[in-house]
Design a protein around this ligand. Structure first.
Ligand code: CA
Length: 511
């Protein structure tokens, strides 16, 4: 404690940690005395680490009870641990990890929580009622956007139960190695995107006519009344006729979507994706643990949670494989890690490409520290299934959906997997949002939550200041998820109309 301050100026997570995080806004000045008697020998910026004892060169630096690196040189007690002072450890070898060794934590089922959702014929439940216009190739993107704009202005006022219309534009479909083995990823993603529960089973595909990805590839076998138009259809003479044809088709879908009504559904019907972006040193002590707490609540209620971002779990994979529900799920986790190791190696990249410069300014030294803070979003539930990128969710409970950490690619892939609402934590701040599913943004620190008061949905920084506990914020988030899923509350990004483009993951060659 500093003098008369009533709040702890640092946070130390694990008992074995030899570092703590400066949580006083503006950082801590040299001379500050901490509770344990440590006196700061230099200024330590907000979110950065201070050494709680002497750390000699080569000795481990411990945070979250885990080694995040070794000291590049001697670090004195009370010193600021700069990024350059931390050497990156080797990632855990995939061959020697314990699989499915941790018994599932004993938890009571959580009953009685509901939300107002749109139930679909296949049993899935949407949180929104959106007309999605799927596209088989990027050549049609301009037309799809034009038509979506006109539908929004001219048709939607007549269909008040439909929330929105979105063109599912992307950069795939032609000029790509469509038969390359890895092309399965973008193709599967596009096929599963149209099946997202928020689109109500209404499938409308616009193609060009000469593209490699045939538009009918995007028509699910179970789709009834799906429609497919190609711009090169000789029936369309000129742009005007094209637009009229698409609008007419859209109207048939809007009529059916307009008949959808929200109904009371158990929280078990939620499919929530979690991810982080623009992380800082607080992510792992405030927002992510609160998200993990809420994730556990959803799982206890019988619902589904997906966590992702391979590059941010890779260095903490030894903490996840024991949580696999069985050895097969454990092996699937390893398979996705190995696939990504190969993918990065092929591209001549290594994992030090993550964190970003902003992460580092925020106090995260390296990807190990980032990973340890990232996986706490998954809570404590057993991992019941592992999805390859863009696969559809198969089981209730906690699923690892393998995706890159890129916010937009992760969001797109989780949408394809069937996510109907996303929870997104950020410390540095991002205005990220999706038109297809609501995104609840949780600030990791109160400085950001205050500065971006209208862009953030929840302030988990109160955990650092001692105003709220992880459980308090976790429960708040759980209730906010139910409110937003019910349409009773709007996420900040939806209120402001801030929506990012879909970004496909295409690990296959472009031709
Ligand atoms: Ca991310």
């Amino acid at each position: 404690m500093t003098g008369t301050a009533e709040r702890a100026p640092v946070i130390r997570v694990g008992d074995k940690d030899n570092v703590a995080i400066a949580v006083a806004p503006g950082g801590l000045p040299a001379g500050t005395r901490l509770d344990d008697g440590t006196v700061l020998t230099e200024n330590v910026p907000f979110g950065h680490k201070v050494a709680l004892g002497d750390i000699e060169a080569g000795q481990p630096i411990v945070r979250y009870g885990e080694v995040i690196g070794t000291a590049a040189g001697p670090i004195r007690c009370g010193g600021w641990i700069r990024e350059s002072a931390v050497r990156l450890p080797e990632p855990p070898a995939l061959s020697e990890l314990p699989l499915a060794t941790r018994p599932a934590p004993a938890t009571e089922p959580l009953e009685g929580y509901t939300f107002e959702g749109y139930r679909n014929a296949d049993g899935t439940v949407g949180t929104k009622n959106v007309l999605a216009i799927a596209t088989s190739v990027q050549c049609v993107a301009g037309v799809a956007d034009h038509v979506a704009g006109r539908i929004r202005r001219e048709l939607l006022p007549r269909y008040p139960n439909v929330d929105d219309v979105v063109a599912l534009n992307h950069t795939y479909g032609c000029g790509v190695a469509i038969n390359a083995p890895a092309a399965v990823v973008p193709i599967r993603t596009l096929q599963n995107l149209v099946r997202n529960p928020n689109f109500g089973g209404e499938v409308m595909v616009i193609g060009l006519g000469c593209e490699k990805l045939l538009p009918q590839t995007l028509m699910p076998a179970e789709a009834e009344g799906g429609s497919l138009l190609s711009l090169q259809d000789p029936a369309f003479t000129g742009f005007g006729a094209m637009v009229d044809g698409i609008m007419e088709t859209a109207e048939r879908h809007l009529e059916r979507l307009n008949g959808r009504r929200r109904q009371t559904c158990p929280a078990a019907d939620l499919v929530v994706g979690v991810q982080c972006g623009g992380s800082d040193a607080f992510s792992g002590v405030t927002a992510n643990p609160a998200v993990g707490f809420a994730a556990d609540l959803i799982v206890r209620a019988g619902g589904s949670v997906m966590f992702s971002e391979v590059t941010e779990v890779r260095d903490a994979i030894h903490l996840l494989t024991p949580r696999a529900a069985d050895a097969e799920v454990g092996r699937a986790l390893l398979r996705e890690m190995a696939w990504y190791d190969d993918y990065l190696q092929l591209g001549g990249a290594d994992r030090s490409a993550n964190p970003s410069p902003g992460n580092k300014t925020g106090g995260l030294s390296n990807v190990v520290e980032k990973a340890l803070g990232s996986i706490v979003k998954s809570g404590t539930s057993p991992i019941v299934d592992v999805l390859a990128p863009g696969e559809r969710i198969r089981r209730r409970g906690l699923t690892f959906a393998a995706t890159p950490a890129s916010d937009f690619i992760c969001g797109t892939l989780q949408l394809a997997s069937g996510m109907t609402l996303q929870v997104f934590t950020t410390g540095r701040g991002t205005p990220y949002g999706l038109a297809m599913a609501p995104v609840i943004k949780v600030a990791t620190n109160s400085v950001l939550a205050t500065r971006w008061h209208d862009l953030m949905d929840l302030d988990a920084g109160r955990i650092a200041t001692g105003e709220a506990s992880i459980a308090d914020v976790g429960w708040e988030l759980f209730h906010l998820i139910l409110d937003v899923a019910s349409g009773r509350k709007q996420a900040a990004a939806d209120k402001l109309g801030l929506h990012n483009a879909l970004v496909l993951f295409n690990p296959a060659p472009v031709t």
